[in-house]
Design a protein around this ligand. Structure first.
Ligand SMILES: [Zn+2]
Length: 439
């Protein structure tokens, strides 16, 4: 294994000291100029970096929420007041995918863009990807930050970046083969979709040059059954990664495949109980980025539900790890008959069945009772019964909840190019569904 840089192997005390040093420098840069954080931090009694001497001081800083940032941008369009410099200093604009409300716009300076790309280069390095690799991005490069930063990370690494925008899935499969790509970066859902398309057009991806796949945007690469399925289809090693438009590329998986590392050289990371705001082993991930001074987030509630893994990692990094990566978005947790169900928990079971293709989750209320139904693309005919029964038994066992499983014909459920939307909660009004809006 390559020698790790010292920043990745610091002991706890040195790590804390380094993080506080970086934080104080950032506070000194943003407090005089950034109206959003000047107001928040001054109200908390912090007027200069020196006011944060310890992590106890840090823990007194107010949280930042996505709603707060969104309201700030709505009140002061187009970018809000979380800006440390005049807009002329910024070189990149991206926005969130807007799956939960109004898209959040985010600006980067030359320095912060380089910083974001460097975090992605770290994702690549941890996956054993280097300057000799050719990295294919089957992604429509639009305003969503998605894999733009991975593209920048590939440049910093000295690897070949192959853009896959404005192509059909079939064209992307052929481009991967033609260019002899060795690495593919996508959502886990889309990796499986490309494998399905390749199979249909008679291309064996397992025989291609692809040796590493890296996935972000949703849980999946951290779910053993999904990971195995991707690895088998691609004949490659699959790595999980997590990041966010407004935060940065904060998590990566190393060659030990023992969960997702938090990049604690560039982010201060906390896990809290979202109800009490107290530190917890499992709960909401809260992050401060240390290198995005132009538009930072401080104690930002990511909305990601995570669980800390115990013990050191055999790779030698001292960065803590998340068991199973991001378990799900807190907003996506379904409460069904008193049981909290993350869609990833359903996926982790469904993917164990090789006969099952895509799946969809429906929650309905019949009378006083909630019913969770999982539709699975499974072979029809005589084998249908055993498959759906087996999936239902496994789901009941894992979730502690009776789940109805319905088989549907292969290829009939929706396919997704980016993040999958497999869950429909019919109990919640959904503006996209008129029948729900009127009930
Ligand atoms: Zn590791």
């Amino acid at each position: 294994m390559n020698t790790l840089p010292p920043s990745e192997t610091l002991e706890a005390a040195a790590r804390s000291s380094e993080q506080l040093h970086r934080l104080r420098a950032m506070l000194d840069a943003i407090l005089p100029a950034n109206a959003f954080y000047q107001r928040k931090l001054t109200a908390a009694g912090v007027t200069q970096g020196r006011d944060i001497a310890t992590f106890d001081d840090y823990a007194q800083l107010p949280f930042t929420s996505k709603r707060e940032l969104s309201e700030n941008q709505a009140a002061t369009p187009p970018y809000g007041t979380n800006l440390t410099f005049p807009t002329a200093r910024y070189v990149r604009m991206h926005q969130t995918s807007g799956t939960t409300g109004r898209p959040l716009r985010w600006l980067d300076t030359e320095e912060s863009w380089t910083w974001f790309g460097a975090s992605w280069a770290e994702v690549f390095r941890a996956a054993g990807v280097g300057a000799n690799d050719s990295i294919f991005f089957p992604f429509s490069f639009g305003p969503f930050i998605g894999f733009w930063t991975a593209y920048e990370g590939a440049r910093q690494l000295g690897a070949m970046a192959l853009p896959g925008g404005a192509m059909s899935s079939e064209q992307r499969v052929r481009a991967i083969v033609d260019h002899q790509a060795t690495v593919v970066v996508s959502t886990p859902t889309y990796a499986l979709r490309l494998a399905e398309v390749a199979d249909r057009i008679g291309v064996d991806l397992a025989a291609s040059d692809v040796r590493v796949t890296i996935h972000a945007g949703e849980p999946g690469a951290g779910i053993p059954g999904t990971k195995r399925r991707i690895e088998e289809a691609w004949g490659a090693t699959c790595f999980d990664h997590a990041g966010a438009t407004e935060v940065g590329a904060w998590g990566f998986e190393c060659g030990a495949h023992a969960g997702m590392h938090l990049n604690e050289a560039e982010f201060i990371c906390e896990v809290i109980d979202p109800d009490t705001d107290e530190p917890a082993e499992e709960g909401e991930l809260v992050l401060t980025n240390l290198g995005r001074v132009g538009m930072p987030v401080i104690r930002y509630r990511t909305g990601d539900h995570v669980r800390l893994a115990a013990g050191p990692c055999e790779c030698g990094r001292t960065f803590r790890r998340l068991a199973g990566g991001v378990i799900g978005r807190i907003d996506d947790a379904l409460l069904v008959r008193g049981v909290v169900v993350f869609p990833s928990a359903v996926e982790s079971i469904v993917r164990l069945f090789p006969d099952v293709g895509e799946f969809a989750i429906h929650v309905r209320r019949t009378g006083e009772l909630d019913q969770l139904t999982v539709q699975v693309e499974a072979p029809m005919g005589p084998r249908d019964g055993p498959t759906t029964d087996a999936v239902a038994d496994a789901l009941r066992e894992a979730l502690g909840l009776r789940v109805a499983v319905e088989a549907v014909a292969a290829g009939t459920l929706p396919r997704f190019d980016l993040k999958a939307r497999r869950v429909t909660d019919h109990r919640r009004p959904n503006p996209d569904r008129i029948e729900d809006a009127v009930t």
